[in-house]
Design a protein around this ligand. Sequence first.
Ligand code: PEP
Length: 249
Amino acid sequence: MQPTLFIANWKMQKSVTQSVEFCSAHFESLKVLSADTAIDLVICPSFPALLILNEMLADTMVHIGAQHCSPHESGAYTGQVSAESLKEAGCTYSIVGHSEQRMYNGVTDQDVANAANHLCQNKIEPIICIGETKQEFENNTAFSVLEKQLDPVLSILKNTNQPITIAYEPVWAIGTGTVPENDYLTTVFKHISALLTKVHSGPWRIVYGGSVSEETIAAFKNIPALSGFLIGGASLDFKKFEKIVSLGK
Ligand code: PEP
């Protein structure tokens, strides 16, 4: 059976010092947890903490991931970080197209596709975030929104056989404590799976993100094609994160 993927997205919630303190305080537990063959564990700290966490956790099976990647390969793009640099910092995963990047930094569907492409070329698995807003959900336009977001990604990755992960994160579920109904998630996952099966030649996984917690994780059991979780707020506290992993694997 494929391991369940647990991705901790720390956003801008932990400084470098706090990230190092977390990994040092829970080093032994992280080592044991990540050695479980039933799970794949990814921690996504902020950019300046990538290299140091990668070095600190080298003796564990924890993967280090970035939270964003530039759509450009290299060049005069002040403030951006390339896939090549992420590779050198030890990343094996990178989130791209998180709704906060789309919302606050104007990241477009095509930017997400380009970034995913550079990541694949650097053998970093992209965690491609897609998801509808509350209004789109209420207007029953979620499927067309997801298709529009995925379209450039799937066309640019058509000829790659690199593994990719799609993170379905309905914007209305992020940080709100509200999670979608099981039936709704089952339908959405079926839809995304059909699109991926038709187009992507490499391996793919679909994870869910949005208010995953000790309280909500049980509801996600038995959803076909669900390969794991992207966890924001609840990943900041090790005890909560560990509980989610043990309940969700
Ligand atoms: C996220 O923003 O990726 C996320 C899943 O956040 P939260 O778990 O806090 O809803």
